[in-house]
Design a protein around this ligand. Structure first.
Ligand code: S3P
Length: 423
């Protein structure tokens, strides 16, 4: 069954997290238009509600009224980031600023993910953070005064960069952050929106602290290209499909998937390119492409599409030749080990795919058939949605275990998919 018609995808998860964080830290009222109200962003919101901010959701607008960071009062000392790595990592330095000790916890998946990458530089800034076995949540965070440092990020991670930017904003003195490879720059854009002074020259960010954000009153959240990716790939691989996805964020640091699809010969066109809030957006016109070709994805491209790799792997199963994905070892520390889980699940339905040390190799069979198997998202939202798209290539229904994990980033995913299939 082909996908047809027009769709507005879920709003951007990374930008919504940051909009909630900055609106909560800034004294006054901020309206966040088109927020993503998925489980991860609601975890961020609940943490700030526990500090005394008020929120109201009406007509696709989240209004946050905050007494400002200096007036926060900690109601419960247990802060639960649930499944959200962005919540836990971005906020660790901010929690050091509170005047009471807190304990940061997460769900089973988050409790296995590395937190030392944030704890180490924050400790150098003067934070007092104790992790379980020095590496994972729970984190015991005691009040402390942060001071600026020079720090070279050891991994290409927007979460670590953003954690350091937020800590640098609150710290005394100058914080300098060196980024090895460019990563998503939504925190930089939020700094501008919330009047935080900073400098970014090539890959070096400098902040003089302490500074507190000032509300711009309004923030606009575009569609999430990481969510759009599932419909883009579905349209490219299901014969007869043609969809338009409206108002999708196409920030250069996030839009690697578009470049890779073009290099594979996929029919994708950006229409109506414009700015929405501070972010570039476009409407994406995507059509079924019969003669997709394999490609290699590596190096600086990886952070530009890190969350799209599971769905890109599915796309590669329909492209003639062998697609190689390398330099992507960061996938091993996402909500699941996304190298292993992507490979296992796609292999189970008949894909020609192998895991490698730092990525995967996929040999495409454009006319190949997938078959029924027991598959599972392993409670990873992006694997759940990838498997739903894969199911469109099967003749019989595919039973996907733990499909509800998609609520983390896209609660309406199935409804939106159904609507395009019915057109
Ligand atoms: C995110 C950064 C990326 C990404 C995650 C969201 C962010 O993680 O995978 O889904 O909002 O900054 P890393 O910074 O760990 O690469």
């Amino acid at each position: 069954m082909a996908l047809k018609g027009c769709l507005t995808v879920a709003s951007d998860k990374s930008i919504t997290h940051r909009a909630i964080i900055f609106s909560s830290l800034a004294k006054g009222t901020t309206n966040i238009y088109h927020p993503l109200l998925g489980a991860d962003c609601l975890s961020t919101l609940a943490i700030f509600e526990n500090f005394g901010i008020h929120s109201q959701i009406k007509d696709d607008c989240l209004t946050i009224t905050s007494p400002g960071l200096d007036a926060f009062e900690v109601q419960s000392s247990i802060l639960d980031a649930k499944n959200s790595g962005t919540t836990a990592r971005l906020l660790m330095g901010v929690f050091s600023y509170l005047n009471e000790p807190v304990t940061l916890i997460g769900d089973e998946s988050l409790s296995k993910r590395p937190m030392g990458r944030v704890m180490t530089p924050l400790t150098q800034m003067g934070a007092r953070i104790e992790l379980q076995d020095g590496a994972t949540l729970p984190a015991q965070i005691s009040p402390s005064q942060l001071s600026g440092i020079d720090y070279e990020l050891p991994v290409a991670s927007a979460q670590v960069k953003s954690a350091m930017m937020l800590a640098g904003m609150l710290a005394k003195g100058r914080t300098t952050i060196y980024e090895p490879v460019p990563t998503r720059d939504h925190t930089e854009k939020m700094f501008e929106d919330f009047s935080i002074q900073y400098q970014k020259v090539n890959r070096v960010i400098t902040i003089e602290g302490p500074q507190l954000p000032q509300t711009p009153k309004e923030v606009f959240v575009p569609g999430d290209i990481s969510s759009a990716a599932f419909f883009i790939v579905a349209a490219l691989i299901v014969p007869g499909s043609h969809v338009t996805i409206k108002n999708v964020g196409v920030n250069e640091t996030r839009s690697g998937i578009i470049d890779v699809i073009r290099s594979m010969g996929g029919k994708i066109t950006l229409l109506n390119e414009r700015y929405f809030g501070g972010e570039p957006v476009a409407d994406l016109d995507v059509a079924y492409t019969k003669d997709l070709v394999a490609t290699t994805v590596e190096g600086e491209m990886i952070p530009r599409l890190i969350d799209e790799i599971p769905i890109l792997a599915l796309l590669a199963t329909r492209a003639s030749g062998t697609t190689i994905i390398k330099d992507a070892e960061e996938l091993k520390v996402k909500e699941t080990n996304r190298i292993d889980v992507t490979v296992e699940q796609l292999k189970a339905i008949g894909a020609d795919i192998q895991a490698t040390e730092d990525g995967m190799m996929i040999t495409g069979h454009p006319e190949g058939v997938f078959y029924e198997a027991n598959v599972s998202s392993h409670k990873d939202h992006r694997i759940a949605m990838m498997l739903c798209v894969a199911s469109l290539l099967l003749e019989k229904p595919l039973l996907i275990e733990d499909i509800e994990s998609m609520d983390v980033s896209y609660p309406d995913f199935l409804k939106h998919l159904q609507a395009l299939l019915e057109n």
